[in-house]
Design a protein around this ligand. Structure first.
Ligand code: ADP
Ligand code: MG
Length: 208
């Protein structure tokens, strides 16, 4: 796909986050400070404005702009983390005018590494990584098995959803939810949920 399509998908992520804003905020209300949906919706609104004025065929430029905008507008832990994720993906796509499934998987790989480094976090700490990493692993495997792009994405979505369910069973050790200790058990992580929402959107956008 070309930059135009990537822009459409980035805008679709914003619409999805806007739709899920109240639910994400509700989740964050239980184990955090109740701003995740509000933070993310504010960030993607700013992304929409930025992309509206950005005329470029460089997909790296689009992703980097998205990341920088999220860092500067989201606030909260998720701003720098998602911001880094998109910026890392953008660096990988620097100067590229076409993006295929392998590029997408490489981007997600870079995004996961970016979140881990920036968040000093690993899988199993009840964060967005608990959706991102299983989704990436499932998609890499599906890719190796030769599945089509929509099917690969669907495998990723399924794994991300399972990851969200898994976050209900574990204690948060990173971010605000870690202040709750054992009381964080039983509640799903807002960041893992927002990541899953975004991957679902990408999947829906590329599925004919
Ligand atoms: P804040 O916690 O500052 O209010 P948000 O509510 O917007 O920020 O985002 C919270 C989400 O950020 C969590 O649900 C979790 O998924 C993610 N998160 C927080 N800290 C980390 C971290 N160190 N590594 C990865 N993800 C994290
Ligand atoms: Mg919060």
């Amino acid at each position: 796909m070309k930059a135009e399509r990537v822009t459409e998908i980035l805008l679709a992520l914003g619409s999805k986050i806007e739709e899920e804003k109240d639910f994400l905020t509700e989740l964050d209300n239980v184990i955090g400070d109740g701003d995740h949906g509000i933070n993310m919706a504010r960030g993607f609104k700013a992304v929409e404005e930025k992309l509206g004025t950005l005329q470029t065929s460089d997909i790296g430029n689009l992703l980097k702009t998205t990341g920088m905008t999220l860092v500067s507008t989201v606030g909260g832990a998720s701003g720098p983390l998602y911001g880094t994720a998109f910026m890392k993906a953008g660096m990988l796509m620097n100067g590229k005018e076409e993006m295929n499934l392998d590029d997408f998987l490489s981007c997600l790989d870079a995004a996961v590494e970016g979140v881990k480094t920036r968040g000093k976090s690993v899988q199993g700490e009840k964060t967005m990584l608990d959706a991102m990493i299983p989704a990436l692993d499932a998609m890499k495997q599906a890719r190796e098995e030769g599945l089509s792009a929509p099917d690969v994405l669907q495998k990723g979505v399924d794994a991300a959803r399972t990851g969200v369910e898994y976050t209900k069973t574990i204690i948060a050790t990173k971010g605000r939810a870690s202040y709750l200790g054992e009381r964080s058990i039983g509640h799903q992580d807002p960041g893992a949920t927002s990541f899953t929402d975004m991957l679902e959107t990408v999947c829906a956008c590329i599925t004919p």
